[in-house]
Structures are given as C-alpha cells and as structure tokens.
Design a protein around this ligand. Structure first.
Ligand SMILES: Nc1ncnc2c1ncn2[C@@H]1O[C@H](COP(=O)(O)OP(=O)(O)OP(=O)(O)O)[C@@H](O)[C@H]1O
Ligand SMILES: [Mg+2]
Length: 332
C-alpha cells in the first residue's frame, strides 16, 4: 500500500526488506558505524556557536535563489575514548544552484565527513548547513529522511544497489519513496535506464552487471526523482580509467542539461577537471576555492545522452503490461 501515500517512512518500513533498509543509508553511516542517534547524544554535550540559530535563520531567509547550499562555521570532532579527531575544523561555503563542484582532498582530509554533514547524515559539533532553505543540521531525523528523498540524490563509490533487485527496481526505488504509482515509476525508470545506456539490462541484477553498468544504474537512481542536489562520493573509485571517463561524462552531462547542482568528492584531480569549481580540503579546512575555466565536458558538447527509444512492445511482452511512452522527468 505504498502507491499514492506520502508517508514514506511508514510505507518503506512496510515494503522494504532488511536488505533494502540496510542499503537505504537514511539512518546510518555504514562506513564509519557512526550513526545519527549517537551524534545527537554528542550534540547535547557539544558546545555550539554563540547564536547559531539566529544566524542560521538569517542565512536561511537570505539564501535567495542563487545559493542552494550555505555552510557556516562547520566543525566536526569525533571522540574516540580520550582521543579527539578534528575531521572538519571550520568550513564556510556557498554553492550556487546548478553548479558542478568538486571537493578535492587527500585521504582523511574530511571530504566524506563534509558530504555527510551536507546530507544531514551526521550532526556537526558546531555550525550549520542550509540546503534549499532548510537547516539540515537542525531538522529531525524523520523530516530529514523525507527531505533527502525529495531534494537530494546520492551516487556512491560502491554503487549501493540492492542485490536482490533488478536494475529497473533499483532505479524505481526513489519513486516508490515518493509515492509514484507502480506502473508510472516503472515506465519512468525504464526510460531513465535507456538514457544511461542500459536499455538492454533492465531485468539484470547487480551481480549480472559490470562495475560501470552498476554505476550507471546508480546514476539513474540518483537522478530519476529529479533531485535538486546530487552528492557523489568517489563515484569512480572502483572503476578503470576508460569507464571513469564515461561515468563522469554521463553524470556531469545530466546535471548540466538539467541545471542540477552536483557535488563530487574525490582525491583525483582528473575527476575534479569535470567540475566548474574546485574546492580543496586539507585537515578539515578549505585551503583553496577556485573556478575551473575549462571544465571537461562530454563529447558532443556536454549534452546528456539522447534518450534511446525503448522497445515498448518487447518490454510489454516481457512484463505482460502496457507502458505508454513518457518523457523521463530528469530530462524535461
Ligand atoms: N566515525 C568516525 N569516528 C572517528 N573518526 C572518524 C570517523 N569518521 C571519520 N573520522 C576521521 O575523520 C577524518 C576525516 O575522515 P573522512 O572520512 O571525512 O576523510 P576523507 O577525506 O573522506 O578520506 P578518504 O579519501 O579516505 O575517504 C579522518 O581522520 C578519519 O579518521
Ligand atoms: Mg571519504
């Protein structure tokens, strides 16, 4: 009973298997084991800015249409027993709507921590992040889950696809959370998969696809529900150099064509070359923030790949269902 409902958390609890929950990443940071609940406890003890709420409110109201992300005084200190790790020292940053940004830094510089703060997956020790007028550092876990489903998309290094699900089901998942009826979401997901060059792989499960194909599914899933901001953490970290180029061209061309904000995190300057702006991170601080006057663009002028014509009759036969043609939302 998920069709038509907006209560995504409840709906997803009912329909999602354990594997789905595990991969949803909405409630925990699996890599570090540092989840938001334990962060909330840490917050209660953590010192805060003099008047962060006032400043955040002002920034939230003054954010205007130009900046979609505003970060002020962001700091994250992890406590490991008696040891303290300053993952982020003091970050101030504004990211414009439609900007393709790269956060570049060596291992341990704080890139993933910054991304997790931006996505509201972890609470900062100090400071705040405003995305599209919402202070994600103060929003409840439940509201944040909904906000992520509606406003954000994610591309992961290890793809984070659901192994028991087909490519089609994986891509349709964000639309499930949005309450899009089954037929419609399958139709949209199939078109999105065709757009990323996987027309012939819609019934394949992740184990039946190459790394590059899996990441194409990951990209289709990230963009399918028309997010305003897509975060990508080392999106090509598991791929060879040829596939890396394909994936970067695909991801940046979809973002450019649709005017979406894309924040890519990497240690690789070759990846950074695709961005409009390169922000270097070192020991939890921004050490440089420069425009990239000549970002690499996809062959063909940076346009998103032309949507392939889906073979409707064949798909209908396979499914026993009728799927009329429809424009993929992300490319409209
Ligand atoms: N949950 C945690 N508990 C304690 N320390 C942490 C935790 N998560 C990250 N750190 C520490 O914070 C610092 C920044 O980590 P982060 O994962 O953000 O780096 P990164 O730039 O993403 O590195 P990489 O390129 O290796 O992914 C590191 O010193 C790391 O050990
Ligand atoms: Mg990282």
């Amino acid at each position: 009973m998920i069709d038509g409902t907006i209560c995504l958390e409840e709906a997803s609890e009912k329909v999602l298997s354990n594997e789905v929950k595990k991969a949803r990443f909405f409630s925990s940071r699996s890599e570090s084991g540092d989840n938001i609940k334990s962060q909330n406890k840490a917050d209660a003890r953590a010192p805060n800015d003099a008047k962060p709420a006032d400043a955040a409110r002002k920034d939230k109201n003054a954010q205007g249409s130009d900046n979609i992300i505003t970060i002020r005084g962001l700091r994250k200190v992890y406590k490991l027993g008696r040891e303290r790790v300053v993952a982020l020292d003091h970050i101030d940053l504004d990211i414009k709507r439609g900007e393709i940004c790269c956060i570049l830094g060596t291992s341990g510089s704080g890139k993933t921590t910054l991304l997790n703060m931006m996505a509201g997956l972890e609470r900062p020790t100090r400071g705040y992040v405003i995305i599209d007028g919402v202070n994600v550092t103060k929003t409840s876990e439940r509201k944040m889950a909904k906000f992520r489903q509606e406003v954000l998309g994610f591309v992961f290094q290890s793809y984070n696809l659901l192994n028991t699900h087909t490519a089609l089901e994986n891509v349709a998942l964000p639309l499930t959370f949005k309450g899009v009826p089954r037929r419609k979401r399958e139709k949209i997901a199939r078109k999105m998969l065709a757009d990323v060059g996987l027309k012939g792989h819609i019934r394949h499960k992740p184990s039946q696809m190459s790394g590059g194909q899996q990441q194409r599914v990951g990209i289709a899933r990230a963009f399918v529900a028309r997010p305003k901001v897509v975060f990508a953490d080392e999106p090509t970290g598991n791929l060879d150099s040829k596939t890396t180029i394909e994936i970067m061209e695909l991801m940046t061309s979809i973002a450019r064509k649709n005017g979406l904000t894309l924040v890519i995190v990497t240690h690789d300057t070759e990846i950074a070359a695709y961005a409009d702006r390169i922000i270097r991170l070192l020991d939890g601080n921004i050490v440089s923030d420069l425009p990239n006057p000549n970002p690499k663009i996809a062959v063909g002028g940076g346009e998103a790949p032309e949507p392939a014509e889906a073979d409707e009759s064949e798909l209908n036969k396979a499914d026993g269902k009728d799927f009329p043609n429809e424009t993929v939302p992300v490319t409209t």
